[in-house]
Design a protein around this ligand. Structure first.
Ligand code: ADP
Ligand code: MG
Length: 627
């Protein structure tokens, strides 16, 4: 270590001239070359102040390491050598003369005289010696440097080894450090994971606490529910027992209901039978007389109604004595009918009697109700009436009763279907009063008998009806159709028959019973007779048709009453149309409407005569159309 300063110096040298040190041999050659070059100017080379820069640079290579070798130093062309030293000055002094002598050209070079060969040789020899000495010292120096280089190299190798081992150690340490830093990161990661887990744990702990609380409350609730359940179970058991009892009760009640339904049905059938018996006892053909009030509300003198009963009417006519001597004679005409209604009788009173027959229609009997009388006697008022409740006539009231009774019978298993038709017979021609099409396209109608002996009219509107309102609508339509005809031909309605028919079909599916019947409500044409002289053309035809159809109606009823083999139904459209509603299994009611005015006396008498002829008939016992 003590050599370190030297080493550093050497190192500097080595490093700065490593090339030179390594190429020592070429250097020596170089030096020889130099010697050769300087041969002619050796003195200048040694003593000269100014040297070429290259030589100066080279001189630095030979800078003496040690102070030894004064000659060498003096000869060396280095800056250090230029310093004035004792050694260097010596030769200088010795050659001062020569030098002064050899400086003629001012160049500084010591020149021997050409002849001075000996001097030149001695100079050369001196130079050689100097160079040898120099060479020797350089060699020595070189050797020393070599040794030192070897030492240094050894040292360097050692140091390099040391450096290598240090490097290895460092790389080991670095590896370890790397590992450690990885471990550190892992540790940090673990730590953060641990933190997360700890948080989670605390969360879970809290949740657990909540759940525990919840569980506790649910357990309490469960207990409560269990208690409730057991209470409800016992209630259920009680209810089940009650249910069983109730079910038994219900089944016994059902049996009872069935029995009662049977009884009810039997009762209903019994009622029908009794009702029919009563109707038959009253007569299957009945005639009611209705007297219209006078326009001023009073009662006419020639019509007298018996106070004792409501079945007789007397028409009185006083005749003046032809001779004038005797007192005026009064002729009384007595008539009795099933009922006589005075001018004060209301529409309701009239209907109360008819409603029994309407009931018969629902029970399966054909029912026919006629209004007979002269024009203005109140036929239309009786059959149709007016629109206000109290003044409503037989048709709307009958329809109302039928729908109500049909609804009631539904509870006993009856299903009813109703079909309505409304036809007018004028001059023995049928006209559909429910026709809704164009007047120009009115179809013609024919009365036909079907295979099962039912009567039907071709092209006639048969409308299924489900409500009372629907029927009232149809009646209004018929009225409108009749009034249209009336404007075309003056007051045609009084010279035509209008026939409202309601076909009733009842089915009791449970008991397999069906019934079918028709309710006919007929507003007949005016029965007044006209003098033949007064009636001509169309009026004559009208009159003839009316007379023949009304008298034929009388004949048919009488024939039926007399149980004649031939009933002349075909003689008029009216009887032909109504053939199934008249006769054996039907109930017929004839209203004879009376005008109270004295000038209607003749017509009234005719009407009462016609009606009593019908009333005298006894039609065979009716049987309902049960199937
Ligand atoms: P017809 O149809 O027989 O020709 P209407 O029924 O048209 O006779 O009756 C003629 C008039 O007499 C009508 O104005 C009618 O309102 C009235 N009328 C008929 N009968 C009664 C009665 N019972 N009570 C009150 N007015 C009646
Ligand atoms: Mg009328």
């Amino acid at each position: 270590m003590s050599r370190l300063p030297v080493m550093s110096t050497k190192r500097v040298l080595t490093s700065s001239s490593s090339e030179n040190s390594q190429e020592m041999a070429p250097m020596q050659k170089k030096m020889r070359k130099e010697q050769d070059q300087h041969k002619p100017q050796a003195a200048a080379t040694i003593i000269g102040d100014k040297r070429p820069p290259a030589a100066a640079a080279r001189a630095s290579l030979y800078r003496p390491v040690r102070g030894a070798g004064a000659a060498t130093v003096a000869a060396a062309p280095s800056r250090g050598v230029l310093r004035p030293t004792a050694a260097s000055t010596a030769p200088k002094a010795s050659n001062t003369k020569q030098a002064a002598a050899t400086k003629p050209g001012g160049t500084g070079a010591t020149r021997r005289q050409p002849w001075d060969l000996k001097g030149k040789v001695s100079d050369m020899e001196g130079k050689i010696r100097t160079y040898q000495t120099k060479f020797k010292s350089v060699n020595e120096e070189n050797e020393a440097l070599k040794g030192s280089v070897a030492q240094s190299q050894t040292k360097v190798a050692e140091l390099e080894r040391e450096v290598q081992s240090q490097k290895r150690k460092i790389s080991e340490y670095e590896g370890e450090l790397k590992k450690l830093s990885g471990v550190e990161k892992e540790l940090e990661k673990e730590q953060s994971e641990k933190n997360v887990l700890q948080k989670e744990l605390s969360n879970l702990e809290q949740k657990y606490k909540v759940i525990e609380t919840l569980r506790d409350s649910q357990e309490t609730e469960l207990q409560t529910l269990k208690m409730k359940l057991s209470a409800q179970e016992s209630t259920l058991a009680r209810l089940q027992a009650t249910l069983k009892e109730t079910e038994e009760e219900v089944s016994s009640l059902k049996e009872m209901v069935a029995e009662q339904k049977d009884e009810l049905h039997a009762g209903e059938m019994e009622r029908r039978r009794l009702h029919n018996t009563i109707q038959e006892l009253k007569g299957n053909i009945r005639v009611f007389c209705r007297v219209r009030p006078l326009e001023d509300g009073g009662l006419s003198k020639h019509i007298q109604l018996a106070a004792s009963d409501n079945k007789s009417i007397m028409l009185a006519k006083s005749e003046e004595s032809h001779t004038g001597k005797s007192a005026d004679t009064q002729k009384n005409y007595h008539f009795s009918f099933d009922r006589v209604f005075g001018p004060q009788s209301s529409q309701q009173e009239i209907f109360d009697e008819i409603s029994l027959l309407v009931q018969s229609a629902l029970d399966g009997y054909n029912v026919c109700c006629f209004a007979y009388g002269q024009t203005g006697s109140g036929k239309t008022y009786t059959m149709e009436g007016e629109e206000i409740d109290d003044t409503r006539g037989v048709i709307p009231r009958a329809v109302q009763q039928i729908f109500k009774a049909g609804d009631k019978l539904q509870s006993q298993g009856w299903e009813f279907t109703f079909t309505a038709s409304f036809v007018e017979i004028y001059n023995e021609t049928l006209r559909d009063l429910l026709y809704k099409g164009k007047a120009s396209k009115r179809p013609e109608h024919e009365i036909r008998k079907t295979a099962n002996n039912e009567v039907s009219v071709t092209n006639l509107t048969y409308e299924k009806v489900y409500t009372e309102d629907q029927v009232l609508g149809l009646i209004a339509l018929a009225k409108q159709n009749r009034s249209t005809a009336m404007t075309a031909q003056n007051d045609r309605s009084s010279r035509s028959h209008s026939v409202f028919q309601l076909q009733i079909e009842g089915v009791n599916a449970g008991r397999d019973i069906k019934c079918k019947s028709t309710l006919c409500l007929v507003d007949l044409a005016g029965s007044e007779r006209m003098l033949k002289s007064q009636s001509q053309g169309e009026r004559f035809k009208e009159m003839t048709c009316i007379n023949s159809s009304l008298s034929n109606l009388g004949i048919v009823i009488t024939s039926l009453a007399n149980k004649e083999s031939h009933i002349p139904y075909r003689n008029s459209k009216l009887t032909y149309l109504l053939q199934n509603c008249l006769g054996g299994n039907s109930k017929t009611l004839m209203f004879v409407n009376i005008s109270p005015e004295p000038d209607s006396f003749g017509e009234t008498l005719n009407s009462l005569r016609f009606a009593s002829k019908v009333n005298d008939c006894v039609i065979g016992t009716a049987s309902s159309n049960k199937k």
